[in-house]
Design a binder for this molecule. Sequence first.
Ligand SMILES: Nc1ncnc2c1ncn2[C@@H]1O[C@H](COP(=O)(O)OP(=O)(O)OP(=O)(O)O)[C@@H](O)[C@H]1O
Length: 229
Amino acid sequence: MLLETKGLTRIYGGLRAVDTVDYTLAKGEIHALIGPNGAGKSTFVGMVSGRIPASEGEVWFDGENVTALPAHARIQRGMAYTFQITAIYARLSLFDNVALALGQRDKAKVRAALDRVGLANRMEQIAGDLAYGHQRLLEIAMGVAQTPRLLILDEPTQGLAESEIEEFNTLIRELAGDTTILLIEHNMSVVMALADEITVLETGKILARGTPAEIHANADVQNAYLGTG
Ligand SMILES: Nc1ncnc2c1ncn2[C@@H]1O[C@H](COP(=O)(O)OP(=O)(O)OP(=O)(O)O)[C@@H](O)[C@H]1O
């Protein structure tokens, strides 16, 4: 297992936003985390990445208990994270954005990361001038530049056009060989197209886990989340 959580819990006041979650993610898998708004998805990956401290429970990464480690130490060990809200440096060039994520101005490495998302020919452009879909791809390039073992993507297709979503799906499939991917995603066609396995969260707890076909057929999930369609 690359990632494991044991009894992972986050309490806000009286609310158990993430409630005793036992979770495993195997190396090389594309895993989607779905669930209604407020189910605890962002809080869960925040605790995995170290941005949100756990109230209870443990996070294990590649056989090591990382629960007490700050986010930067988890990044050093091979985690990368892109945010729900675009987190690029709008006034800097694409090159500078990726170089900052990389921690060095290595032109070949920056080019390689931008190449993965099809933006290598725009290296000198100012990031804020890019179309929104390209900004999201830049963000993924910033994650990829760190050659992470685990890439966590929080709603990466939000705001993308249909054609851009196709490009995104292709990109994620290409990355998946080397990188394990944990994807929070509301777009069910993306989830169904990409995920090897899906975990459904509801009110902080795991409601179901299975292949896309199993989740699609699961009556509890349909009631809680997918509707009757
Ligand atoms: N900093 C906070 N303080 C208090 N409550 C919080 C905080 N962050 C999240 N919550 C609450 O925890 C619960 C889980 O929120 P979270 O953002 O993790 O859900 P989510 O599944 O990611 O939702 P969405 O799909 O809307 O992003 C919600 O009820 C939310 O209001």
